[in-house]
Write a protein that binds this ligand. Structure first.
Ligand code: HEM
Ligand code: HEM
Length: 204
């Protein structure tokens, strides 16, 4: 069997960083939207189309992930960190799908038309029902908090790999190619070679 790739492919990396920017913007837009009456209409007009676009991108990304080979995690990564990495990635996928679906369901339950842009009218995915609206409304807010918490954990883990372990995991998802990782064995070989060259020079 061929070796696992050492980085995520260009399509996965593009989707990862595009969606990261849009999701973070959506969290801030959402909070600003519910805190300001004057800004609310303009922000809502931004929130709905980006939210629906994120749902489409999350489905495309999930399908792409299921059919591609992923870079392997480093062999020496402790089992609990391996488990945490897989669990947090699946939690992020679940939340990337749940957030827009709950948002769409909430607008449907409020009895409002779901018009992400122009003449595009999406069908209602929930019955017009004030009690259901109230449940979905608080679910949307709680899921947003959970999403922010998992993103912060994910960010900390990514920086731990980049700055502390320096094990190529960050490089595998870097937005632009960062060159090849130099591992400890290679550094030892380089040091041996330099040592040998210096001895040879001194001998001359
Ligand atoms: C990844 C996608 C999404 C994220 C991250 C997100 C995030 C948020 C956040 C953080 C809030 C403020 C919650 C609060 O503190 O009370 C919010 C509110 C809201 N969201 Fe979303 N949202 C997303 C998708 C959607 C979609 C697709 C729709 C509708 C089609 C939608 C409709 C709304 C509405 C109407 C509110 C305001 C509710 C109110 O004030 O009553 N959201 N969203
Ligand atoms: C909204 C923000 C983010 C979301 C939703 C997100 C989501 C994900 C997901 C689902 C994966 C698994 C690979 C895949 O299927 O694409 C992943 C991998 C990764 N992410 Fe993020 N990410 C976010 C932000 C960030 C940030 C800010 C960084 C770094 C500073 C980062 C660094 C990484 C790295 C290094 C990997 C590769 C991990 C591995 O292969 O095991 N991510 N991300």
């Amino acid at each position: 069997m061929s070796r696992a790739p050492d980085h995520h492919d260009a399509f996965a990396r593009t989707l990862h960083w595009l969606m990261a920017v849009l999701i973070l913007a959506m969290l801030f837009v959402g909070v600003a939207m519910v805190s300001s009456i004057t800004l609310r209409p303009a922000l809502l007009a931004l929130h709905r189309p980006i939210g629906i676009a994120l749902l489409v991108l999350a489905i495309v990304r999930l399908v792409h992930r299921l059919f591609r080979r992923l870079p392997a995690l480093p062999d020496d990564l402790p089992a609990w960190q391996r488990l945490a990495a897989h669990a947090s990635h699946w939690a992020l996928y679940a939340l990337m799908l749940a957030m827009p679906l709950v948002g769409w369901g909430m607008v449907s339950a409020a009895g409002n038309p779901v018009v992400p842009w122009g003449d595009v009218h999406l069908p209602a995915i929930a019955a017009h029902d004030p009690a259901l609206y109230s449940v979905l409304r608080s679910a949307h807010a709680w899921l947003a908090r959970a999403l922010l918490a998992v993103i912060l954990l994910h960010l900390s883990a990514a920086l731990y790999h980049a700055w502390v372990r320096r094990d190529g995991v960050f490089r595998s998802m870097a937005p632009v190619p960062l060159g090849r990782a130099v591992d400890a064995d290679e550094t030892a070989v380089d040091a041996d070679e330099t040592d040998r060259d210096m001895k040879a020079e001194n001998a001359v």
